[in-house]
Design a protein around this ligand. Structure first.
Ligand SMILES: [Zn+2]
Length: 283
C-alpha cells in the first residue's frame, strides 16, 4: 500500500495539472460495477472549465482544490494509481481498471486506475470540511516535513495515551507521525536499532530522539527515490517505478541476513500487521 513518500511522489507529478483548465471529470462505466460508486454522478459537471488550483497531501490523502468549491478527496487505497496520458486513446493501453478520468482542456489528462477498488475519489463541500474529516483532523506531524520537528514529535511521543503501546504499533498511528506504513515503520525501527515490541514508556530520551531522526531520514530518502515499487501496483503517474525497495534492509526480507550482523531477519505480527526486524541489532 502506498505510504507517505509514494503519495507525495505521485502528488509532485500530478502538479503538472496545476493551473490547468478542466474539461470534465467523469466516472467510467467500469466504476459503476462497484457498489461504492453506484448511483453517484457519472460526470462532475461543477468542475468543467475550472482550473486546478492545487493538490494537497494530508498523510496518504490527496485533496484536489479548484478555483471554486467543492474539493475532491482522493486516497490510493491498496492499488489506486494515477496515470498521465496525452490522449484518451491511451487509456486502453496504459490502464487496466480505469475508474475516473480527469480530462483537461489540453493534455496531459489523468486517469485514476484502481484494480481492487479500495481507493477513494469523492467530493467534499470545502477545505474547511476536509479539515474536520476525522482521519485528517486527528493527524500528528507529517513525517516528510523537512526539517523534521523533533521537539514536537518528542512531546507527542511523551503523551500519556501512547505510553503503554508497543512502538511498532504506535508508528502506524498517524496521531503521532503521519505518512508511515508497514514498510517505513520496519525500516525506521531498524535504523534506530529499536525492537518493534518495546513499550513506548521504556524508550530512553536518546532512543526516542534517534527514532525521530531515523523516521525522517527513512521517509525523505524514500521520497527522494520516488517510493517503493515491489510489484505492478505502485507506479508514478509517468509510469516510472520507485527505487526505494533497493535499500530496504528488513522489510519483506524474512530469513535473509541482516546486513550488519548476519542474523536472519524475523517477522512478527503486531495488531494484525507484519513487522520485520533483526533480533540481534534491535533491542
Ligand atoms: Zn542485525
Amino acid at each position: 500500500m502506498p505510504e507517505g513518500p509514494e503519495v507525495e511522489a505521485v502528488r509532485r507529478e500530478l502538479l503538472q495539472l496545476q493551473n490547468q483548465e478542466i474539461d470534465k471529470i467523469t466516472f467510467t462505466p467500469l466504476s459503476q460495477k462497484y457498489p461504492k460508486y453506484q448511483g453517484k454522478e457519472h460526470e462532475f459537471s461543477h468542475f468543467s472549465s475550472q482550473k486546478t488550483r492545487d493538490i494537497h497531501r494530508f498523510n496518504k490523502f490527496l485533496v484536489w482544490e479548484f478555483e471554486n468549491e467543492p474539493v475532491i478527496l482522493n486516497h490510493l487505497g491498496m492499488t489506486g494509481r494515477w496515470t498521465m496520458i496525452k490522449s484518451l486513446k491511451e487509456i486502453e493501453n496504459k490502464t487496466t481498471h480505469p475508474k475516473v478520468i480527469v480530462r483537461m482542456k489540453s493534455p496531459p489528462h489523468a486517469v485514476f486506475d484502481d484494480s481492487r477498488n479500495f481507493g477513494q475519489f469523492r467530493t467534499f463541500p470545502s477545505m474547511e470540511e476536509i479539515k474536520k474529516y476525522p482521519p485528517i483532523k486527528k493527524l500528528g506531524i507529517d513525517g516528510l516535513t523537512d526539517p523534521f520537528p523533533l521537539e514536537e514529535y518528542l512531546t507527542r511521543l511523551g503523551e500519556q495515551r501512547f505510553q503503554q503501546k508497543q512502538i511498532g504499533d504506535l508508528l502506524m498511528d498517524a496521531r503521532l507521525v503521519s505518512g508511515i506504513g508497514n514498510i517505513y515503520k520496519a525500516e525506521s525501527l531498524y535504523e534506530a536499532k529499536i525492537h518493534p515490541e518495546r513499550k513506548v514508556s521504556t524508550l530512553s530520551e536518546e532512543e526516542a530522539e534517534l527514532l525521530g531522526k531515523s523516521i525522517s531520514k527513512t521517509l525523505l530518502r524514500a521520497f527522494h527515490d520516488k517510493g517503493s515499487s515491489f510489484d505492478a501496483r505502485y507506479r508514478l503517474p509517468s509510469g516510472e517505478e520507485g527505487q526505494a525497495q533497493r535499500w530496504h534492509k528488513v522489510y519483506q526480507r524474512l530469513d535473509e541476513s541482516c546486513p550488519e550482523c548476519n542474523t536472519k531477519i524475523e517477522k512478527i505480527i503486531q495488531n494484525n500487521r507484519s513487522t520485520y526486524y533483526c533480533p540481534t541489532c534491535q533491542k
